[in-house]
Design a protein around this ligand. Sequence first.
Ligand SMILES: Cc1cc2nc3c(=O)[nH]c(=O)nc-3n(C[C@H](O)[C@H](O)[C@H](O)COP(=O)(O)OP(=O)(O)OC[C@H]3O[C@@H](n4cnc5c(N)ncnc54)[C@H](O)[C@@H]3O)c2cc1C
Ligand code: SF4
Length: 551
Amino acid sequence: MTAREAMEFDVVIVGAGPAGLSAAIRLKQLAAAADHDLGVCVIEKGSEVGAHILSGAVIDPIALNELIPDWKEKGAPLNTPVTDDRFLFLTESSAIKLPNMFMPRLMNNHGNYIVSLGNVCRWLAAQAEALGVELYPGFAASEVLYDEKGAVVGVATGDMGIGRDGEKTAGYEPGIELRAKYTLIAEGARGSLAKQLIARFALDADSDFPKFGIGLKELWEVEPAKHKLGLVTHTMGWPLDASTGGGSFMYHLENNQVAIGFVVHLNYQNPYLSPFDEFQRFKHHPAIRAVLEGGRRISYGARAITEGGLQSVPRLIFPGGALIGCAAGFVNVPRIKGSHNAMKTGMMAAEAAFAALKEGRAGDELEAYPKAWRESWVYKDLKKVRNVKPLWSKLGLFGGLTIGGLDMWMNDLGIGLPFTLGHGKPDYATLNAAARAKPIAYPKPDGKISFDKLSSVFISNTNHEENQPVHLHLTDPSIPIARNLPQWAEPAQRYCPAGVYEVVEGDAGAKRFQINAQNCVHCKTCDIKDPSQNITWCVPQGGGGPNYPNM
Ligand SMILES: Cc1cc2nc3c(=O)[nH]c(=O)nc-3n(C[C@H](O)[C@H](O)[C@H](O)COP(=O)(O)OP(=O)(O)OC[C@H]3O[C@@H](n4cnc5c(N)ncnc54)[C@H](O)[C@@H]3O)c2cc1C
Ligand code: SF4
């Protein structure tokens, strides 16, 4: 083995999303205020900061106000305040507007901004660098480093230049060890290192299963007459049936752009369901098509979103580090907002790490961080809505939303349900057998409003070095054909929003599972939804994956 170079820091942060960047900024702010020298490094698997960020996004600026109070003067790209908030219930041909007065107060978007979260992260990265944070985009953390006592002492980036056959190529370069007194994991939903750490330290021993949705998003430029700057629309109902959770968002941001997206909760039951095709047909609804017709699709992508809420938040610390942001899962599901909580948890972990470093500590548990989270507005934000998702899962759209809505109203008045409901099953265990499920015939895309997967992946600018090991690992390569195909009609063919998984006929008609790893947009859905839990998403070579412009 070629020896790896090592670099030493006080804090290493994995992931340059809102959580990781806020943690880095807070650490450097505290160090500057205390005149204390501090080495902080952030690594990011995207080719640049923002390249892998996909969100709605309407953001609540509460955390940014705390982190950088003069963000307006510093040119933060929060240019579009929400001016109008609409909530529609869709049937196949009609859209019923729910009066805003019936919506729980916490759903109100007054004071929030429509943004590209990718651009917000690019701006946060510039603020971090100005404070002296070392930022390394194009480097994926592939391994956690431990000391002899088992404490985390940093991460290592993957080797570059390993061929598909696992052998070194002429371009081989060994990975680099980034060693630190504390390591903050900010990988977002279903982080690959977070998953290992949760298992190794049994961080989920006292929490409920993590829950997820898949969010698909397109960015459109629409005709100026159809654009209403600041308009936020959410829908529920068609095309999903009442037992399948999810809904859509449509946000009118600057430059005649509209961010349109569709979320399907990954506890869906019908193995024939395709979240991508649900999204495509949703856009043909008269109320939606009317906005998009005559416009131009600019970008496409997909990403898992955490939905477990309060009861699924695992233990946040382990010896030598902590989970921050959606790596732990802090999304407020009914509000579809997690970026403010990601930022605040990053800041709280940074404050705990800085206090520890100042005392000369290293490699121990940052107890002050979970304590601060339990006393924070993040905890209150999630506590109020903790029963909404379980009620929706148990009672379906109508029952769940009626009682969940009532619960949110009561919470607004300080008298919510006095207990916390559990999530029941993990998302991989919810599929019905194919034999009992109804196949879904999706309409063909028209190439104007709706599109196929491959032309969609094309505009996500996804690119992976082809000659590298497949980053989607099958624990048992026989399972897709021997088990998943007969039992669930191999759902990977449909839940993957990038057409990575195919069942193809090989020689003599034998079926074969094909993995087109180069198309992967890093949404992590396969790692979550595979009913046999046979797929492990691992980081590919750094810099690979989507190159989202402003998602
Ligand atoms: C479709 C959709 C719509 C949403 N809408 C909204 C909304 O309107 N408002 C809102 O507030 N929130 C919204 N959210 C949630 C919000 O996007 C998340 O809560 C937020 O992005 C979480 O921030 P994070 O920093 O924890 O993770 P992320 O934003 O996911 O960032 C993680 C970063 O870490 C990098 N990374 C991951 N693993 C590694 C590794 N091993 N090595 C190096 N780098 C790594 C990733 O490439 C990424 O850049 C939405 C989410 C989705 C999917
Ligand atoms: S292979 Fe997995 S992570 Fe990649 S796009 Fe498909 S479902 Fe998402």
